[in-house]
Design a protein around this ligand. Structure first.
Ligand code: 5GP
Length: 184
């Protein structure tokens, strides 16, 4: 018995986290993977909840033991999926969701071709910039960097099995829920 593997990507600020939060409550047993990262925690983020916050040396050590299913550098910091946590749950028949960037998504697909790739898009790049500014978690340079990445990421959305445009939150959540529950 193997669980389903869903990979959710989309530009920073497109609302992936909020959408997944709404949908997770309604799905059956499903596990949202907690990634490792070298970036510093934001205010309110808790070790082991949003991420495992690692030093560069600790991240290198995980790579050296093949402990990451995939990893990528995003906005100058490294992020990776902890292999054994994911494989363990899939092996138990538990569905797993990875919220990772497109570089990581395509690495996962090449290793585990059964992975279902879902892209969450903002209604437009302008709308995305507004959201990032309202969220106010990033400084100006970081917003500019995230917008440049978003432009590149939007160009990759056709390589995903599903694209969900997050314009009206409740509608997008319903679409995501139906897509995932319809495949389970
Ligand atoms: P943030 O710093 O805003 O939490 O995340 C920045 C970006 O890193 C997002 O696009 C997010 O999806 C991506 N990300 C988070 N965890 C992982 C991971 O384990 N692997 C990869 N490749 N990207 C990740």
């Amino acid at each position: 018995m193997t669980g389903n593997l869903y990979v959710v990507s989309g530009p920073s600020g497109a609302g992936k986290g909020t959408l997944l939060g709404l949908v997770l409550q309604r799905l059956g047993p499903v596990w949202l993977s907690v990634s490792a990262t070298t970036r510093s925690p934001r205010k309110g983020e808790v070790e082991g909840v949003e991420y495992f916050f690692l030093s560069n040396e600790e991240f290198d050590a995980l790579i050296a033991v093949d402990g990451l299913l995939e990893w990528a550098t995003v906005h100058g910091e490294r992020y990776g999926t902890i292999r054994k946590e994911v494989e363990h749950r899939l092996g138990q028949g538990i569905d797993v969701i990875l919220e990772i960037d497109p570089q990581g998504a395509f690495q996962v697909r090449s290793k585990l071709p059964q992975a279902v790739l879902i892209f969450i898009a903002p209604p437009s790049l302008d709308a995305l910039e507004q959201r990032l500014r309202i969220r106010a978690t990033e400084d100006e340079a970081s917003i500019r960097r995230r917008m440049a990445t978003a432009d590149v990421e939007m160009g990759l959305r056709d390589r995903y099995q599903a694209v969900i445009v997050n314009d009206v939150l409740e509608d997008a959540a319903e679409e995501l829920y139906r897509y995932i529950s319809g495949r389970a």
